[in-house]
Design a protein around this ligand. Structure first.
Ligand code: GAL
Length: 690
């Protein structure tokens, strides 16, 4: 179980380093990430390396038994580099250069950046490959965090090469639908990144550019990886993802190239259900790791510095957050950063060792967390099991969040988070899979929002249901193919036969409006007008119940990541939706038997309570329990059957009883028992002998 965080000793005089290691030992820190932003110090002039200070840091850490996740230091080129290679600076869609003076000022396609990064990675690998403190390599940092896409001329040329590898000119024109708005290309040289345009840019061009940009960043990572593999074979390599937080990188493509799947997660301080968002990110990360353990590379002990209001974590919250990540598969908890900075843009960001020093609540909680993680050593390597999986991909996010869709309130991210939240509240652990994943071990598969669906993936879903699986599809899935071109003949084109429905029109709701279904459920945001072909209607739209939620002429916004729709009375003059009576009786929720399985369709966005009810019903039909336990319950198991039940009480006022038997590794208390308000138990449950 790793415990520690980003360590930036270069920000401090050397005598502080000695205090650092004493304190690290006191807290039980066993892994620190060193050098992430050290390029300028390691290579103060092109080709001149100064490793002496890093030698001393690594030796000191090693002498104190602290392992190092050593960065290749390529996340932020120093100012001298940008001055010498001005064409390496990134440019935004509007043509503005993003200048040095902050971090990550490089174009992912820049040959000079890539060459310099690879040189530095090689020099570090040659120097430290045999250092006893070295535990793993950390390439770059949060690729794409600030510059996910660059629109400069160098990128434009690289984009054209990327396109040439995939299309000839007629096929490019076909794939991008360039007959529309007179966009036909007669030479690759005419093709540009989707720079700022007078009107909505070509969405298929944008989708390909997003794919290209993710691939360009991956190429930066792979170039360094190749050097590390050559010079320092056998040492695991990672780069920290931002799963569930940033959506610009296709991590399904990246994950096979890291030895340790690691991710960063920062809590939304304003969100009372931020712990569910944490679970969402952690579950996605476990999906990227193929269900195996992964590593929480960064989170915070308290406040960050980049939200509008940076509210610190309440006492006990850091512990709950850390162990919630461990519950969902992380073999440790690391933080940004070890010692709070005195200077720079992040000086008000929390740290393991705060500005106040060791005489502080935060430090005491840090030491307690270190002790907790030591008590959980035997959990390391255990895997989380789930019977339900959510299928998603980044392409759908990119395509569906372009302008020009039926409703701005309908987004892939919200649908994913909403469905995941419903399952969290039902007490059901869920895995995440790509559309090309292996569904075979899951009795229940959910597709909250898979807007882009190609023929191969469509066929795999068909096969899954045919063979006895239960599939639940959310609205606006399977609507376009890989080129963002509509599957015609009735929505959702790729899935309509499997679902046994044929929808003719999307009829989004006005802002804040809701619709009542015949089974009493409430929907919002989205409706579809159509009919069933072979499906059974579970609930239909009714002609009443259109309301304005909240006050004002259009009410409050629903959608987003809120927790359901506030119901309100119809305000004077409001409430009438001219579409209501035309939709009355049309199918809203359907179920289609197909082969030996069933495929459900939900053509509106259900509010939280209605979605929970529906998923509980479907889970029951599939034999999956929905205990809705009042605690966050997640199990990790070893192949020998020993299981650890993590029981996290997010209510800081109420103790919650738990009927499960076993011993709590954190307190050594026996269960059945009570998980105290705001507390956690990790209950070891051994398999029955014989
Ligand atoms: C991460 C980043 C760290 C630090 C942290 C602050 O995105 O990797 O270097 O900036 O955010 O929350």
């Amino acid at each position: 179980m790793y415990f520690g965080g980003d360590y930036n000793p270069e920000q401090w005089p050397e005598q502080v380093w000695h205090d650092d290691v004493v304190r690290m030992r006191e807290a039980g820190v066993n892994l620190v990430t060193v050098g992430v932003f050290s390029w300028a110090l390691l290579e103060p002039r092109e080709g001149c390396h100064e490793f002496g200070w890093l030698d001393r840091v690594l030796d000191l850490l090693d002498a104190n038994g602290i392992g190092v996740d050593l960065a290749t230091a390529t996340a932020s080129p120093p100012p001298w580099f940008s001055a010498a290679h001005p064409d390496s600076l990134p440019v935004d869609a509007g043509g503005h250069v993003l200048w040095p003076g902050s971090r990550q000022a490089y174009c992912p396609s820049s040959p000079s950046y890539r060459a310099a990064a690879v040189r530095l990675a090689r020099a570090l690998a040659e120097r430290y490959r045999d250092h006893p403190a070295l535990r793993m390599w950390h390439v770059g940092n949060e690729y794409g965090c600030h510059v996910a896409r660059c629109y400069c001329d160098v990128s434009a040329a690289a984009f054209r090469d990327w396109l040439r590898d995939r299309y000839d000119l007629p096929r490019l024109n076909e794939a991008w639908g360039t007959r529309f708005w007179s966009q036909e290309y007669f030479s690759f040289e005419e093709v540009l990144p989707p720079r700022r345009t007078p009107a909505v840019p070509n969405p298929a061009q944008a989708l390909d550019f997003f794919r290209f940009s993710s691939a360009e960043l991956l190429a930066c990572y792979l170039a360094e990886l190749e050097v590390l593999r050559e010079v320092s074979p056998g040492v695991p390599v990672t780069t920290n993802f931002m799963a569930g937080l940033h959506w610009d990188i296709d991590y399904w493509e990246w994950a096979p190239h890291v030895d340790v799947v690691s991710t960063d997660h920062y809590l939304r301080a304003h969100d009372p259900e931020a712990h569910i968002d944490l679970a969402f990110a952690a579950d996605i990360t476990r999906g990227l790791a193929g269900g195996a353990p992964w590593l929480l590379m960064e989170h915070s002990t308290g406040a960050v510095n980049w939200q509008p209001r940076n509210i610190p974590k309440t006492p006990g919250q850091m512990r709950r957050n850390s162990l919630a990540h461990v519950a969902r598969g992380s073999d440790g908890a690391l933080f940004f950063q070890w010692r709070a900075s005195r200077a720079g843009a992040e000086k008000y960001h929390s740290a393991l060792l705060p500005h106040a020093g060791v005489d502080s609540r935060v430090w005491r909680e840090v030491c307690e967390l270190g002790a907790d993680l030591r008590r959980l050593e035997e959990v390391e390597g255990a895997r989380v099991g789930a019977d339900v999986a959510i299928v998603f991909d980044w392409q759908s996010v990119w395509a569906q969040e372009q302008p020009g869709h039926p409703s701005v309130d309908m987004t892939v991210r919200d649908e994913l988070a909403t469905w995941h939240r419903a399952l969290w509240k039902l007490g059901v652990t869920v895995d995440f899979l790509p559309a090309h994943g292996d569904f075979s071990s899951y009795p229940l598969l959910l597709l909250p929002s898979l807007y882009v669906l190609g023929e191969t993936d469509r066929a795999a879903l068909d096969f899954y249901v045919e063979g006895g699986g239960t599939l639940v599809v959310g609205a606006y899935s399977g609507v376009v193919d890989e080129n963002d071109a509509v599957w015609t003949g009735g929505y959702p084109g790729a899935l309509r036969d499997l679902l046994g429905v044929r929808m003719e029109e999307f009829v989004p709701l006005g802002e804040g409006r809701t619709v009542t279904l015949s089974d009493g459920s409430t929907g919002g945001v989205w409706r579809e007008l159509g009919r069933t072909t072979t499906a059974e209607v579970i609930a239909s739209y009714t002609d009443d119940g259109f309301r304005l939620a909240g006050s004002g002429s259009e009410g409050s916004v629903i959608g987003g990541s809120g927790g359901g729709f506030p119901s309100g009375d119809v305000p004077p003059g409001g409430g009438h939706d001219p579409w209501a009576r035309h939709l009355a009786g049309a199918p809203a929720i359907t179920r289609n038997e197909h082969g030996s399985g069933a495929a459900w369709y939900v053509s509106t966005r259900l509010d939280d309570a209605s979605l929970r009810r529906l998923l509980a019903r479907i889970a029951a039909e599939t034999g999956i329990a929905t205990p809705a336990p009042g605690l966050e319950l997640v199990r990790r198991s070893h192949p020998d059957g020993s299981t650890y039940l993590f029981a996290i009480n997010h209510d800081d006022k109420k103790d919650v009883a738990l009927a499960e038997s076993g011993t709590d590794l954190l307190t050594t208390k026996d269960f059945p028992g009570t998980v105290p308000a705001g507390g956690i138990a990790v209950i070891r449950q051994r398999p029955e002998a014989g």
